[in-house]
Design a binder for this molecule. Structure first.
Ligand code: GRF
Length: 215
């Protein structure tokens, strides 16, 4: 069983999706601990309900960002964590931390990376007029939202979408693909070559969607 540590700052719906997936028989990973930088993070309740050890490490208690990262690292090490999932964790890690966890630190982002990295993405997607958006799970590197992509899900942007409606539909995709990414990693099926992911035993699909639909 791969030991996973999940880092959150807020709502925690992706944490819940990972906890629920890990509770399924045969899932090859377990949630070993949860860390939040905020005591008020609503997602902490999911850890409590599932009896997963949860820790609050307040970033404001540290003078230097690296000291904060070292405190997080110590907790992760104490729980024997092998893979970190960032799930709405709103602090940027230092290069020291990112390098320490190279290829063992993943994040989820609510667009089709490399398009629309950063914040306020749904507004930007709608403003751009692009016909599709989606979600991406990727390995974290030192740039913003630019690491090797593990998996993605796509959906059409609807004519009457607002940032909130688009975010809500994409969140449902996130809850599907984050557990899938963890499963693929835990099964040893994600190989990184020249900073690009290759998925072993991957059955390709040539399905496509058109937006607006063809007929
Ligand atoms: C998600 O939209 C995720 O893609 C982004 O932050 C949000 C976290 O939501 N990185 P939740 O806390 O998991 O509900």
């Amino acid at each position: 069983m791969l030991k996973v540590g999940v880092l959150i700052s807020g709502r925690g719906s992706n944490l819940k999706a990972l906890i629920d997936a890990a509770a399924q028989p045969g899932f090859p990973a377990e949630i070993a601990c949860v860390i939040s930088n905020k005591a008020s993070a609503e997602g902490l309740k999911y850890a409590e309900e599932a009896q997963v050890p949860a820790h609050v490490i307040n970033h404001k208690a540290f003078a230097e960002r690296e000291d904060f990262d070292r405190a997080i690292n110590a907790v992760l090490q104490a729980h024997g964590v092998q893979l970190i999932c960032l799930a709405g964790f709103m602090r940027l890690h230092t290069p020291w931390f990112v390098n320490e966890w190279h290829d063992r630190l993943v994040n989820i982002h609510p667009t089709l990376l490399p398009a629309f990295p950063g914040l306020h993405v749904h507004e930007a997607v709608i403003k751009s007029g692009t016909r599709f958006s989606g979600a991406t799970v990727f390995f974290v590197r030192n740039g913003t939202d630019d690491g090797p992509i593990i998996n993605q899900a796509v959906l059409p942007v609807l004519a009457d979408d607002t940032p909130d409606t688009l975010a809500a539909r994409i969140l449902r995709l996130e809850h599907q693909i984050y557990p899938q990414a963890v499963r693929l990693i835990a099964e040893g099926r994600v190989n990184i070559h020249e900073d690009k992911c290759f998925i072993a035993d991957h059955v390709a699909s040539d399905a496509f969607i058109v937006n607006p639909p063809l007929s």
